[in-house]
Design a binder for this molecule. Structure first.
Ligand SMILES: *[C@@H]1O[C@H](CO)[C@@H](O)[C@H](O)[C@H]1NC(C)=O
Ligand SMILES: *[C@@H]1O[C@H](CO)[C@@H](O)[C@H](O)[C@H]1NC(C)=O
Length: 302
């Protein structure tokens, strides 16, 4: 049975390359939670209109306008946000954003028990991190995203003093920078900030930014990816970070896409078996043709 399963996986090329896509982005609305003091998203319908062309045919046109702070909704913090010598949005190399990998660190149990939980070095799974074979992002799942878009439940309140959500301890940020900054290009979290709500001076931000590690905040739907991965949760998957390309940007709204191997498809099934038989047949015929051809050539030149 094991051998058959392996053969299916080997043969069913379609399933090996089929990926399930997860959109890890919250929809931007003026009612999204916001870090106190920042400019919220303001969306104005400029017009919706029916017009008439020269042949009296009606056609529809709609236009909107928005004003927003860079750090609203699901967004990226460019390292320049907290380090004057580090990269702005447009300076982050493209290969650190697209077709990279990501790994989820589930800290939801501890985060639900402790106010402003400070994520620790022990929460990492370093055995898996060491297996990274290219640029990657660590995504911390705290469970706070379940409360989106309720500002009080998600963030603790509307003022700096009320904020309550988990975040990276300064020790963890330093450790990541010292040990992993060769391949670790970004750190994400499903809260308003990578620093805990109780943080006064944004230590984790500053430590990561100095080494040009970018930050992703208000990451959505990590629980869906975790659920899908179920017992494979210590797994890297393909990840794309697609920020608006704002010149001199210190941050930008950002589309995040996780592409996870389609584990459901890999079992093959009757269809996989059919392809397997077909391929085996083709290989057999090809081998016979090549053999006959070679045999005849040898005879001719003998
Ligand atoms: C949103 O922008 C419009 C157009 O500039 C402005 O009239 C309105 O006052 C703004 N609303 C808020 C809540 O800032
Ligand atoms: C960054 O700030 C430091 C300290 O003020 C200053 O010496 C340096 O020139 C600045 N660098 C840039 C690129 O702005």
């Amino acid at each position: 049975m094991q051998l058959f399963h392996l053969l299916f996986v080997f043969v069913n090329i379609k399933s090996i390359f089929s990926l399930i896509n997860f959109d890890l982005t919250h929809t931007i609305k003026s009612t999204n939670p916001i870090f106190p003091g920042l400019t919220p998203f303001n969306f104005t319908q400029t017009f919706t209109r029916w017009r008439q062309d020269d042949s009296n045919e009606y056609y529809f046109m709609a236009l909107n306008t928005f004003i927003t702070g860079e750090h609203f909704g699901t967004h990226i913090d460019a390292p320049y946000h907290g380090s004057n010598t580090s990269w702005t949005i447009t300076q982050i190399p493209f290969e650190r954003l697209v077709s990279i990998q990501a790994l989820i660190v589930d800290v939801s149990k501890k985060s639900s028990k402790v106010k402003n939980y400070q994520i620790k070095i022990e929460d990492l799974n370093e055995n898996v991190m060491r297996q990274a074979n290219g640029f990657y992002v660590l995504l911390f799942y705290t469970g706070k995203s379940k409360f989106w878009p309720n500002q009080d439940a998600y963030a603790g309140g509307h003022s700096r003093e009320e904020l309550d959500f988990p975040g990276l301890s300064a020790q963890l940020a330093s450790y990541l920078v010292d040990k992993y900054s060769e391949k670790l290009v970004g750190v994400g979290i499903d809260t308003l900030s990578i620093d805990p709500g109780s943080s006064k001076h944004f230590s984790a931000h500053r430590i990561l930014f100095k080494k040009n590690i970018y930050v992703l905040e208000n990451v959505a739907a990590l629980n869906h990816v975790l659920k899908y991965l179920s017992n494979r949760r210590e797994t890297f998957f393909i990840f794309d970070v697609l920020p608006m390309k704002i010149e001199d940007g210190t941050g930008a709204p950002c589309r995040l896409v996780a592409r996870v191997e389609n584990f459901d498809d890999i079992s093959g099934g009757p269809f996989g078996f059919l392809i397997f038989c077909l391929l085996l047949g083709i290989i057999g015929i090809a081998a016979k043709v090549i053999y006959d051809f070679k045999f005849n050539m040898d005879k001719d030149f003998a």
